[in-house]
Ligand binder design. Sequence first.
Ligand SMILES: *[C@@H]1O[C@H](CO)[C@@H](O)[C@H](O)[C@H]1NC(C)=O
Ligand SMILES: *[C@@H]1O[C@H](CO)[C@@H](O)[C@H](O)[C@H]1NC(C)=O
Ligand SMILES: *[C@@H]1O[C@H](CO)[C@@H](O)[C@H](O)[C@H]1NC(C)=O
Ligand SMILES: *[C@@H]1O[C@H](CO)[C@@H](O)[C@H](O)[C@H]1NC(C)=O
Ligand SMILES: *[C@@H]1O[C@H](CO)[C@@H](O)[C@H](O)[C@H]1NC(C)=O
Ligand SMILES: *[C@@H]1O[C@H](CO)[C@@H](O)[C@H](O)[C@H]1NC(C)=O
Ligand SMILES: *[C@@H]1O[C@H](CO)[C@@H](O)[C@H](O)[C@H]1NC(C)=O
Length: 850
Amino acid sequence: MGYSNGILLICILCVSSMPCIVYASFNPQDIIFIDCGGNKTLILDDGRVFEPESGNPHVTLSSHNHNAVSVLDEILVSKSNHSILYSSAQVFRETSSYSISTKQIGRHWIRLHFYPIENPRFDLKSTVFSVVANGITLLHGFSFSKVGKVSRLVKEYVVEVNGSSSKKLVLTLSPWNGLVAFINAIEVVSVPNGQFPSTNIMAVPLGPGIQIPGHVAFETMYRINIGGPNITPKNDTLWRTWEPDRAFLVNAASARNVTANPLSIKYPDGVSVDIAPNWVYATAQEMADANVLNQKFNISWAFEVENGFSYLIRLHFCDIVSAALNRLVFNVYINQLSALDSFDISSRTMELSAAYFIDFVTNVSMGSDRILVQIGPPMLRDLPSNAILNGLEIMKMSNSRDSLDGYLSGEYYTDSKSPGGKKKWMLLAICSSSAGFVVFVLLSAAFYLYLPRIHQKKTNPHSSSSTWLPLPTHVGLSDSKISIDSSASTAHSLGLGRIFAFLDISEATNNFDKNLVLGVGGFGMVYRGVLDTGSVVAVKRGNPCSQQGLTEFRTEIEMLSKMRHRHLVSLIGYCEELSEMILVYEFMAGGPLRKHLYGSDFPPLTWKQRLEICIGAAKGLHYLHTGAAETIIHRDVKTTNILLDENLIAKVADFGLSKLGPTLDQTHVSTAVKGSFGYLDPDYYRRQQLTEKSDVYSFGVVLLEVLCARPAINPSLPREQVNIAEWAMNFQKKGRLEKIIDRNLVGHVNVESLRKFGETAEKCLLEYGVERPTMGDVLWNLEYALQLQEASIQFTASAANSANYISDIPEWMPQIEIGDGDGHDQTISDQESDTTSSAVFSELDDPRGR
Ligand SMILES: *[C@@H]1O[C@H](CO)[C@@H](O)[C@H](O)[C@H]1NC(C)=O
Ligand SMILES: *[C@@H]1O[C@H](CO)[C@@H](O)[C@H](O)[C@H]1NC(C)=O
Ligand SMILES: *[C@@H]1O[C@H](CO)[C@@H](O)[C@H](O)[C@H]1NC(C)=O
Ligand SMILES: *[C@@H]1O[C@H](CO)[C@@H](O)[C@H](O)[C@H]1NC(C)=O
Ligand SMILES: *[C@@H]1O[C@H](CO)[C@@H](O)[C@H](O)[C@H]1NC(C)=O
Ligand SMILES: *[C@@H]1O[C@H](CO)[C@@H](O)[C@H](O)[C@H]1NC(C)=O
Ligand SMILES: *[C@@H]1O[C@H](CO)[C@@H](O)[C@H](O)[C@H]1NC(C)=O
């Protein structure tokens, strides 16, 4: 009955009040908001009322040595109603406790607000302290200077108030030797019953159900409204914040957001707005091009986490996409292990648009630093495939040493060596080792020397809208850690690949359905197809009028079949029945690299992603040049010939123009000049002699395109800007490359990393082939650039770090051509036209003259 009452209540509320968020369902026993160091009551526009410590009946502060600090920053006060919280802080010079009495026992949300107020007395930005709540270490050796670019921080925890602690939550702040601790605001809200599971929680890898004892505490790492907007505390009954998911999507092209009317969301028994507001259930990501065809790929989200802990992962589902029950069946994977197999939401909820959630517990072991959540269609199913996810929460669980923070912890860290430096903002926590102690002493000394003339750089409290530690999105999938092969590539056998019957191919492509065309090239059409095994493939069908003879076709197959590499698009097989010439390749869900750089609305790639993609492509080319018995020269390296898979792994495609390179007694191959304008090696053009250094030149152009996010040739620009190589090299030679980088990278690129990258591109573009580095050298340099970037993120300490990032606004914004036009790099030798916007497979050029 509670169920229908619930719905009734929701309906009434929704009808009666237009801002349709249901506030009333849960009345927390304990709602305690403390404005630390404040001197008056603060009312926020979301209804929270913060009282100062003094005169607050719920709070006793045990400390003899504390000072309130405050600012009356006009901007801070006027800009947002929330920021007023950050205008005061309580500063402690010795270990001090807030003792907060609660009405209820059981779990409570705790939110801690930190903002290092600039003030003449204390350097809050670089001080170091720890926070413990009812025996659970929440923060250990925390320092704001390690947080990175955010100026304020809200940390959210769930900690138990048990019967024997006489209904008290004791929050202890301990400054590290000689320093101070501080806090701006504290929230304590009792958690509704049933909000956290305790028994029989599903484990991943699947095993016996997990029990979570009451004293285990949680820290919210991520709370995501998948496919929807940011949800602020105002729109959440428990004042939670839900972030959008785009930043965590490994490949945004694989997903499409869907939205339903929030009023249509039903809450069955056991689920309420306290689990998640209707706005969370009313939005989701589904598979891009869902229901079109039997697609086989996953949507993946990657979240950076600290290893050595267990995590509670809560997935929120609500079928807002199906027309009928039992139509949406999909798989869910956590860290590449099956979590839900052939999951049908409607079999659990018995209706559509009904809220549903499931919890999982998984361990993130050493050597890994992320949680990968994936959804995708099951392998064998005839229905149109789709998969959805509406919301996601990742909560870190306290370990057996009752810690939620780092190296204090138990079983995983027995020696004092830093486990891989994964923790970015808590480098100081290595203090248990003697080296750590030296660091600490130095830091303290530095602090005292620094004290008399505290003059910090002005920080802007509004520079980040993020409310808790925004760990850098970790989507880099390095080779060693992950190797999600597309299902297609497993299908190929050794040798020359599978020989397909024409009938199979025709079935796979729905009789060469026009709707499945991915691209058109000189060779013919490229179609998306699905094999009988369920693998998605790209099918290139030779145009009967194409001049490529059967012998060449066979030579090509032989050559392609010999090349198997993680960074080369694999040939799965071919068909030469009925005078057809058909090549079957693995399908690359992410499409060409160019689409991720400009001219589409894919989210901008991070610098790290760009470096990883360049490294991947460089590995592919390096293999072409050196891996096989004979050197193979690609001859048409460009951003449309570097394809990305669903996980943004780069693979070099399209060997239509490839040539075997010079043998030992030759130094070059003479050929008719082929390639694409803008990428063409001038040395080759002049001398008509092909070496693998021509690919190096083209790759240099690709590097610039990746950096500046503009086409290689853009005829609509002023003369000196038309050709990217000329234009960018002018800036590189003046040491001003940072002026022309993609504006999305500004502020996120380490100077040293950029310098290395610029030098590498410059060497690739040298006038004479002999002067240019080999792909192996290029690869090495790019990897070095990546290391420089990563190191700077991990180890930059203190306020000085911002100086290492490019933060200028570029003088000149590259003009970006809108649309899918590929027209600006005409291929010399043929009349290619890869037209379709979904040109996942770029054209196969006319291989005349081979
Ligand atoms: C938040 O609530 C306000 C009304 O309080 C409503 O107008 C707005 O659409 C809501 N936004 C979201 C994202 O839930
Ligand atoms: C409250 O703090 C502000 C800022 O420090 C100060 O200007 C004001 O006088 C204080 N008010 C009271 C009543 O102490
Ligand atoms: C915030 O906004 C609410 C309502 O809009 C108002 O009552 C309150 O005084 C504001 N608080 C501050 C600190 O400005
Ligand atoms: C209750 O919590 C306190 C810490 O606040 C802890 O010392 C005690 O062991 C807990 N008791 C039980 C029965 O869990
Ligand atoms: C949904 O997708 C559209 C188009 O891709 C995009 O413009 C919009 O920002 C997305 N909305 C959210 C909430 O991510
Ligand atoms: C989806 O991901 C899982 C785990 O990473 C993998 O086993 C499965 O093959 C993937 N499915 C497809 C269609 O790629
Ligand atoms: C995680 O590791 C702990 C300690 O090794 C173990 O007790 C627990 O069962 C593991 N949990 C899962 C979900 O594997």
